[in-house]
Write a protein of this length. Structure first.
Length: 141
């Protein structure tokens, strides 16, 4: 018997796993914030999210958010100018994260920021696809 045939009984169990991505472009070429959702096992109702801050050639970094509900939306804000460097704030559930394309980092806020800034849109599943839905695009509908 071929070795690969031993894997056949396991394949249906892996059918519910997925990885998908969505990006928010910051207007310049190769300057974006991308979320990569990963679900390792089909019985999980949560995903792990890799947040990528990209500003090539200077920045390609970020961090991870673990245990996010699979159906969660992620709201993105351009933070007020009061921060030491320009940042974006990503809100998912009650958690808030600072994203910097200057220092290429993702950092969790210990407490919700008092001011979130200007809402840019949401990363969410719409029409069966994980995507960024821009606030201005929704206003035009």
């Amino acid at each position: 018997m071929k070795r690969w045939m031993l894997l056949l009984p396991v394949l249906p169990l892996l059918g519910g796993c997925f990885q998908d991505t969505a990006s928010y472009s910051l207007g310049e070429r190769e300057h974006a914030i991308t979320l990569v959702r990963n679900q390792t096992w089909p019985w999980q109702d949560t995903v792990d999210v890799e947040v990528v801050a990209l500003r090539m050639p200077h920045c390609n970094g970020g961090g991870s958010i673990k245990g996010v509900p699979e159906d969660a939306a992620y709201t993105l804000y351009r933070a007020p100018d009061e921060y030491p460097e320009p940042i974006f704030i990503l809100k998912t559930g009650k958690r808030h994260f600072a994203i910097s394309t200057q220092s290429c980092r993702l950092q969790k806020f210990d407490e919700a920021p008092e001011k979130l800034g200007t809402k840019l849109g949401q990363f969410r599943v719409e029409a069966g696809k994980f995507q960024f839905v821009d606030v201005s695009a929704k206003a035009k509908e």
